[in-house]
Write a protein that binds this ligand. Structure first.
Ligand code: COA
Length: 541
């Protein structure tokens, strides 16, 4: 018998030679191939013609700007790479803006860069949503924001999605101001266009750099100025770098070109006060004992077969050690303590439908993590809470509500990864976007919707049949089949993680083998920020 600690190592029973493993793996590799194709499309930026024109003007491409800004060898945790995918004609995945976390002069920072080669860097609905989301992530982690501006501002036909509401373009301004007030550095570079509302982004920042002969900012361009006032003025005199640096004083540093501007930002960053120390220190990281790539063969490709999520855990946590809590109670929810890249985390992962016992176990476990200041990681693979008379009499609504109350009240950092299914109320209970976790990710196999496509088609067909019978109409089997098909397709397409990523209901699709690195980075960022104490809402007994 080993030491008590060794007892926490998750044993693995996987045989990589079985037909099932191979089938799953093949299926998963196709999903990974698709993910990487989409990422490549996102990283490619705009059309070749636009990129050539951009470079011919002596400008660095937006991705090259990000590279030049980052410390050599710095990781770059890119976010929302597939935002807007397929939503606007001519806009590749990414919605015309690059956002991500990387090191600048040794400081983890949120970098937000307009993709000027995509529709002039203008803001579509998802562009605004992605910018606002990146700021929120920076805010929660107290990361400096570095905004590389090169944008025509609002994409005019998209005004409903960017202009009137909170969470849209105006929120970009609001969050700059509020973060600045909280001493979170806000730095901007004007690399190119910066028109109308867009001009307020650099104007609101703490410090702004502008590039000579290339960057310009004004509330109304030369054409608008002429039509409004009759004044004829060229772009340079109206809002060029010289003018703003010498006359208006709107900008603070004048750069000769993009690289020079980014060098100035790196200097500004090195002048910032030191990075806060770790509040929750890490232990020495250790890789899992089993190869994380085996996850591809473990995730079930057959919706009728449950994935053994203990096998998944064994490939996610340090040294495959998992100190399980209440193992024999409420077995459809696995809870326990582990480390990821050295950082302690409380993990909740589904192993079937949520029952009263599993929900109550979640409440107990979440309370423990809050008392001990341990971040919570929800790994969702759930079709929902148990339904039926027995479950209701046993108080499933009460227990589910308690779980939601505990999860929603918890003030420790919370993360959600959709590693399998995440349906209906189960989506809610496992800390999805509406509960504002720090981050939500999906694995490429993830699926989420109000209910599955079969159930949705059944439910709507049943309602339709009842209605027709009430009206004295007949409904043939074939008509019913025709009715069911589009519903089934709609629910199938909806549930795909690519749809969730396109609408920014998740922050990114990540490859299972990237999970440890991504979580390690996020836990490190979170470990430097104090959390307010948790006060639970009323827990119905
Ligand atoms: N709304 C909608 N579409 C816009 C747009 C806007 N504000 N600004 C640019 N576009 C579109 C263009 O129609 C063009 O579309 P296409 O690729 O389908 O032909 C694409 O974006 C690229 O524009 P283009 O002018 O060719 O690129 P550029 O790099 O030479 O210049 C800008 C980019 C942003 C400097 C320039 O387009 C511009 O000044 N736009 C107007 C900005 C403005 O007044 N905004 C007001 C916001 S309230």
């Amino acid at each position: 018998m080993g030491s008590p600690k060794a007892m926490n190592v998750i044993p693995s029973h996987i045989k990589t030679s079985t037909a099932e493993f191979r089938r799953n793996e093949q299926h998963y590799r196709r999903l990974i191939g698709e993910l990487h194709r989409k990422r490549r499309a996102a990283r490619g930026g705009g059309e070749q013609k636009a990129k050539k024109r951009h470079e011919a003007a002596g400008k660095l491409l937006p991705r090259d700007r990000v590279d030049a800004l980052l410390d050599p060898g710095s990781p770059f945790l890119e976010l929302a790479e597939l935002a807007g995918d397929g939503l606007n004609e001519g806009v590749p995945p990414g919605a015309g803006i690059i956002t991500g976390i990387g090191l600048v002069s040794g400081r983890p920072s949120m970098i937000i860069a307009n993709e000027a080669t995509v529709k002039g860097g203008t803001y579509f609905t998802m562009t605004a949503k992605k910018h606002v989301r990146a700021q929120k992530i920076a805010w929660e982690h107290r990361l400096p924001n570095i905004t590389l501006v090169d944008s025509g501002g609002a994409n005019l036909p998209e005004q409903a999605g960017i202009f009137p509401d909170q969470g849209q373009y105006g929120s970009v301004f609001h969050q700059i101001v509020r973060q600045s007030a909280e001493k979170i550095p806000q730095i901007a570079v004007v690399h190119g266009a910066c028109t109308a509302g867009g001009a307020y982004v650099p104007a609101l920042c703490d410090v702004t750099v502008i590039v000579r002969g290339q960057g310009y900012m004004h509330l109304g361009g030369p054409e608008l100025t002429f039509s409004a006032t009759g004044e004829r003025v060229d772009r340079e005199h109206l809002g060029g770098a010289e003018m703003h640096s010498r006359i208006s004083g709107v900008t603070d540093h004048l750069a000769e070109d993009d690289r020079h501007a980014l060098g100035i930002v790196r200097e500004l960053m090195s002048d910032l006060p030191r990075r806060p120390a770790l509040i929750r220190p890490a232990q020495t990281p250790a890789p899992p004992r089993y190869d994380p790539r085996e996850i591809y063969g473990i995730v079930s490709s057959d919706p009728r077969i449950l994935t053994d999520n203990r096998e998944i855990l064994a490939r996610l946590v340090d040294d495959s050690r998992f100190s399980e809590f209440k193992r024999n109670y409420g077995e459809t929810l696995i809870c326990g303590f582990a480390h990821i890249n050295g950082y302690q985390v409380g993990i909740l992962v589904n192993q079937g439908v949520l029952f009263v016992e599993s929900s109550l176990k979640a409440v107990h476990f979440i309370d423990l993590c809050c008392k001990r200041d341990i971040p919570l990681l929800f790994l969702a693979d759930v079709t929902g809470y148990m339904v039926g008379r027995e479950a209701e009499q046993h108080g499933i609504s009460k227990a589910g509500a308690k779980m939601i109350t505990a999860m929603s009240s918890a003030n420790v950092p919370r993360y959600n990864i959709i590693i399998g299914k995440s349906y209906g109320a189960g989506y809610m209970g496992m800390c999805s976007r509406p509960f504002e976790p720090r981050m939500v990710f999906g694995w490429p196999n993830g699926k989420s919707a109000l209910m599955g496509p079969d159930q949705a088609a059944n439910t709507l067909a049943m309602v339709q049949r009842q209605k027709r019978e009430r009206d004295g109409e007949t409904w043939s089997k074939q008509e019913e089949e025709e009715f069911r098909k589009p519903v089934h397709k709609q629910f199938t397409d909806f549930a795909n993680m690519r749809n969730f990523a396109a609408h920014l209901w998740i922050d990114n699709i990540i490859d299972p083998v990237e999970t440890r690195e991504v979580m390690g980075l996020l836990l490190d960022l979170a470990a430097r920020v104090p959390n307010p104490e948790t006060r639970f809402g009323v827990l119905r007994m």
